[in-house]
Design a protein around this ligand. Sequence first.
Ligand SMILES: *[C@@H]1O[C@H](CO)[C@@H](O)[C@H](O)[C@H]1NC(C)=O
Ligand SMILES: *[C@@H]1O[C@H](CO)[C@@H](O)[C@H](O)[C@H]1NC(C)=O
Ligand SMILES: *[C@@H]1O[C@H](CO)[C@@H](O)[C@H](O)[C@H]1NC(C)=O
Length: 376
Amino acid sequence: MACRFLSSRVVPSSQRLSRRFLFVFTLSASCTYLCYSLIFCSGAIMYGHGHEPHGCLLPHRAPGKKLLHKSSSCSPSGVRELSPARVGTGAAHDRGKKPLGGAADRGSNSSGAGGAKFGNKKLPNAIIVGVKKGGTRAVLEFIRIHPDVRAVGTEPHFFDRNYERGFDWYRSLMPRTLDSQITMEKTPSYFVTREAPRRISSMSRNTKLIVVVRNPVTRAISDYTQTLSKKPDIPTFEVLAFKNKSLGLVDTSWNAIRIGMYILHLENWLQYFPLSQIHFVSGEMLITDPAGELARVQDFLGLKRIVTDKHFYFNKTKGFPCLKKPESSSLPRCLGKSKGRTHVQIDQEVIEKLREFYRPYNIKFYEMVGHDFRWD
Ligand SMILES: *[C@@H]1O[C@H](CO)[C@@H](O)[C@H](O)[C@H]1NC(C)=O
Ligand SMILES: *[C@@H]1O[C@H](CO)[C@@H](O)[C@H](O)[C@H]1NC(C)=O
Ligand SMILES: *[C@@H]1O[C@H](CO)[C@@H](O)[C@H](O)[C@H]1NC(C)=O
């Protein structure tokens, strides 16, 4: 009986003791876990990753010591390391014009860089030098989405029409940039301006040059269409294009024809710049694969690939890629009405003759730049 009494009294009390111990232990373990969670994950929470930050995957029921080891992945520094990767996925676009990397730490005024007075006006590091009707506006609008690019919207025409105004005038047109940002402009007539390569190299021999090229026949027709829209009473395309149509004698003095003889102009540029400093964008590929062309432009400019296919959508009505979210606007935007306009109808025979005319020039051009643009 006594034994049974004792056992009935002692056993429950020892059970109660162990239960109490278990409770206290669990409580303290929970507290420890909570404290560690708060200390090591506060950084992650501040970054707005929500209730269970991805950078802080703590195993439940893990002993305290193991928590310390695991927690390194959710320390504030670990979280910060995640940020550039998020930039790479296109999130940077939503951060507005905030510069990347070290530039972001230059003081609170560097945010909202849109029209803010910060940085300095600098002569351009990169120029889209041509060609007219090639797609230069599209390239400029697409590349300036990049937070490390700042560009002049209008065409300065400095190296052809305004050279006498001097470099100070030219610089005054430029947007303010941080040291980490590239200044750009585009003036398509530079490519066919005899003095332009020499003048640009006298500004800086390191200037990076971008040329947007396109099938010279369609380029000529597009060029003529634009002129016709301004001057409706000019002669027909074929009258202007040929000296003698039946002989197939093309009038190379007509600008619409001359511009497309790319190799001749390029030879002039190569007297002042190595080929490695000139990047050629395919005007055709720019329409079918803008992200692919922009990836190459970004590589050429030494920029991180931030402008990607996420930034474009294709407008089937227009037959042209449009920007989902251009800078300083939350609305999608396509290029101006005149871009991608329907061309005037040209006789197939005329087109054939011009194709034959351009073929030898095209082939020499492909050989020189080491790329077949498939215009023939
Ligand atoms: C930021 O701008 C304010 C006025 O807008 C100016 O007083 C301040 O000096 C600027 N700070 C920096 C770091 O440029
Ligand atoms: C074109 O060339 C042919 C053959 O030489 C000649 O008969 C014709 O008059 C020329 N046409 C023009 C407009 O010069
Ligand atoms: C597509 O282009 C057409 C013609 O330019 C325009 O009217 C239309 O608003 C555009 N649609 C979108 C979604 O951009």
